[in-house]
Write a new protein. Structure first.
Length: 321
């Protein structure tokens, strides 16, 4: 076996080991998971997630997921808790403690303090007979047979199992809260994801770039309007209503088909019934329309009033795709 083949074989073994550990979690779910989920859902306070070592890193990821999906959460490092950070805990908060062994010294110090305050305690642990499991109100079992680490020492399968259990909690809570894409957008306003979920067509229009001509506008002026507004298109209006559209392609076809066009007007070459979209629509929906009809521009309306042109290039510039 070559070195490359050996590396790939080892990687495959590790991945399969972790995937098997995760698959077994489904069979270990019981009423305690449902009770823990309901406790978090019905809780009046925040969710406090704590751990030590690698479990602390998993705890931070769970907190991030919960915060972004409608469950206000805070991370409490188990060792820092007894040095002042326990002050973040309020009486209605629900606590999750994560520990593979459930018997680490920091957990043994922290758990009695949490119990003293009377907070509901949820354990995510791979040891159901541990100190943490015995003291917890609800136990989420993340027992694994072994780590993917060849020495069975480095947390691999165990931390993956913890992470997946946290994701399962988050997903269940999203369902219970009827958490929708609109809610998700509130917590993700930045970057491409925020734009995809929040940006509306009207937000992308420039009032200075609103190409339009009338039915009787001479072709020469139509060409000037398209060139000046730099969108490769102009809307054709009649009595302030959009009745057609003229694109660069329409102009090129006219030039190919006719030797003389000075007497033509917009009405002679326009395409009727152009694709339109409301200014209140999401940009991502506009993108879907453009892709469905293999076009690059959409006429934007506010009810029936012409507001401008949305071009595919503008969407691409925003980094939405």
């Amino acid at each position: 076996m070559t070195r490359e083949e050996n590396i790939l074989a080892l990687a495959k073994k590790a991945i399969l080991s972790e995937s098997k550990s995760i698959a077994k979690l489904a069979d270990m779910l019981d009423s305690s998971f449902a009770d823990a989920t309901q406790a978090i859902y019905n809780g009046k306070g925040r969710l406090i997630v704590s751990g030590i070592g690698k479990s602390a890193i998993i705890a931070q990821k769970i907190v991030a997921t919960m915060n972004s999906t409608g469950t206000p959460s805070l991370f409490l490092h188990a060792s820092e808790a007894i040095h002042g950070d326990l002050g973040m805990l309020q009486k209605d908060d629900i606590c999750i403690c994560i520990s593979k062994s459930g018997n680490s010294p920091e957990i043994k110090v922290l758990v009695p303090l949490l119990k003293r305050f009377g907070n509901v305690l949820i354990a995510i642990t791979g040891n159901r007979s541990s100190f943490l499991a015995k003291e917890a109100d609800h136990v989420l079992n993340t027992t694994i047979e072994a780590e993917a680490c060849p020495l069975n020492l480095a947390p691999t399968n165990s931390t993956t199992a913890q992470l997946v259990m946290g994701d399962a909690l988050a997903v269940c809570l999203m369902e219970l809260r009827d958490f929708k894409a609109e809610d998700f957008a509130i917590y993700h306003p930045g970057g491409a994801l925020g734009k995809k979920l929040l940006l509306r067509v009207g937000d992308m229009l420039e009032n200075s770039l609103k190409p339009m001509v009338s039915l009787a506008t001479p072709i020469k002026k139509v060409i000037f309007e398209i060139s000046e507004k730099r969108l490769g298109v102009t809307a054709v209006l009649d009595d302030n209503q959009v009745v057609g559209i003229i694109t660069d392609g329409d102009i090129r076809r006219m030039l190919n088909e006719r030797d003389h066009f000075a007497d033509l007007t917009a009405a002679d070459i326009m395409s009727r019934n152009p694709k339109t979209i409301q200014s209140t629509a999401m940009v991502v929906d506009a993108l879907n329309v453009l892709e469905d009809f293999s076009i690059t521009q959409l006429v934007v309306l506010e009810k029936k009033e012409y507001k401008g042109i949305l071009h595919l290039h503008d969407i691409l510039k925003e980094g939405i795709v």
